[in-house]
Design a protein around this ligand. Structure first.
Ligand code: RFL
Ligand code: PHB
Length: 413
């Protein structure tokens, strides 16, 4: 149903059901699921496909996302190359605790498969289905979103474009235009910016262990993660003032070794980095997540610090909710179903936000004078005691594990 009206001096007008702003994992997954239900969609993306694939981000997928990728028909490679993880370690001032998530949750596991690979699989499936994506689009603007005839304008290859649609999905990340389209007095933004970032390094070296290791030390947080049996991903907490250029590969490896439990530090295999970047840490939620026929999805609506591995997984639960509600609107004629999007999505978002904030507080070293309204020394004692309690009690470990594997998606009646 894409009616192209090519007129050189006028915008080219295209019609579709759902215009999707942003071709990251949220936009691509939503597009794939909708098209499987016969709901037409077009993606408008600011950068090139290669640029999207160059961003090294998430590595851990909850079962909900894994099932959604199966439903979207893009799980084949993940099933071959992804690694199922039954647990992870927490290193804690030299001690090591194993969190056996499978045993603690009665059978749930997570999938270790990079966001880059998920995105690549979705891009390939979209191309194979002949679905339209306008990459390298500029001046993207959303119009009339509170009416039944919203539209999107942008420039692509010098041509002005206009997409007329029923709904707009704002999947354009934290810095996108969609959230800004909601008038300031109609949205509430909750935000906590943390006084440190994560320096990440990707290398073609075998991972130091079969599962992830989250470490709390006097020198700050560290995480040993992976992408495959031959590719590792490591992170260390660094001050916000640090620049990537300040950190040679050698300096990174030395600092990582100091933060890993001793037995792991001894067997760490180092090598040249193939990517190195610093990510700031932020908790952020925009309420509501919809405005008329515009729906915010994923990082456009919320950000979590990566400690709980929740960002992409929350994006996926937003996608699941919106896709099911839009399917009800188009297939069952329940036109009011999408009105419930924000309320349903936010319930799960706040769980993920709370968990990520809680884990971040416990596992990082806050080096500012005041933390959470108290002296750093007081805060440190509270957090040390909190982590001590949760790690040394079976029920405490269950609380950590239950949330790590993710809350179930809400049924949409
Ligand atoms: P994205 O990935 O930011 O994609 C948004 C897309 O929108 C485009 N865009 C626009 N397009 C058109 N017009 C505009 N005006 C536009 N403005 C922007 C952008 O170019 C981009 O392509 O958001 P999306 O799709 O919602 O996906 C969210 C995830 O990327 C994010 O939540 C995760 O990466 C977070 N995250 C993790 N999540 C997990 O679930 N598990 C993890 O293990 C995990 N690890 C991480 C992470 C994020 C990290 N960083 C770098 C913040 C580790 C790190 C280090
Ligand atoms: C990653 O592999 O990039 C990763 C894994 C777990 C996290 C955060 C990032 O909690």
């Amino acid at each position: 149903m894409q009616l192209a009206e090519a007129q050189s001096n006028k915008p080219q007008i295209i019609k579709t059901h759902v215009a999707i702003i942003g071709g990251g994992p949220s936009g691509l997954l939503l597009g794939q699921l909708l098209s499987k239900k016969g709901i037409d969609n077009i993606i408008v993306e600011r950068v090139s496909g290669e640029y999207v694939l160059g961003r090294i981000r998430a590595g851990i997928l909850e079962q909900g996302l894994v099932s959604l990728l199966e439903e979207a028909g893009v799980s084949e490679r993940m099933k071959c190359e992804g690694q199922v993880h039954n647990g992870f370690d927490i290193g804690y001032y030299g001690k090591k605790f194993h969190i056996d998530i499978k045993a603690l949750t009665g059978g749930s596991t997570v999938m270790c498969y990079g966001q880059t690979e998920v995105t690549r699989d979705l891009m390939e499936a979209r191309a194979a289905s002949g679905l339209t994506t306008y990459y390298e689009s500029s001046d993207v603007a959303l119009h009339e979103v509170t009416t039944d005839t919203p539209y999107v304008t942008f420039t692509n290859n010098g041509q002005q474009m206009r997409i007329e649609c029923d709904y707009i999905a704002g999947c354009d990340g934290f810095h996108g235009v969609s959230r800004q389209t909601i008038p300031e007095d109609k949205r509430t933004e909750h935000e906590r910016v943390y006084p440190f970032g994560w320096l990440g390094l990707l290398s073609d070296t075998p991972p130091v262990a079969d599962e992830l290791i989250y470490c709390k030390t006097e020198r700050g947080f560290a995480l040993a993660s992976m992408r495959s049996p031959t590719r590792s991903r490591y992170y260390i907490q660094v001050p916000l003032s640090d620049k990537v250029e300040d950190w040679s590969d050698e300096a990174f490896w030395e600092e990582l070794k100091r933060r890993l439990p001793e037995d792991y530090a001894k067997r760490l295999v180092t090598g040249p980095s193939i990517e190195k970047s610093i990510a700031p840490l932020r908790s952020f939620v925009c309420e509501p997540m919809q405005w008329g026929n515009l729906f915010l999805v994923g990082d456009a609506a919320h950000i979590v610090p990566p400690t709980g591995a929740k960002g992409l997984n929350l994006a996926a639960s937003d996608v699941a909710t919106l896709y099911r509600l839009l399917t009800k609107a188009y297939q069952e004629g329940d036109k009011r179903a999408p009105e419930r999007y924000s309320e349903i999505a936010l319930r799960r978002v706040w769980h993920g936000e709370r968990y990520s904030w809680w884990l971040s507080n416990m596992l990082h070293d806050f080096d500012e004078g005041q933390v959470g309204g108290m002296e750093k020394a007081t805060f440190d004692s509270f957090m040390r005691s909190e982590l001590d309690f949760y790690l040394n009690h079976y029920e405490g470990q269950q609380v950590i594990a239950r949330q790590y594997v993710g809350m179930p998606y809400e049924d949409i009646a």
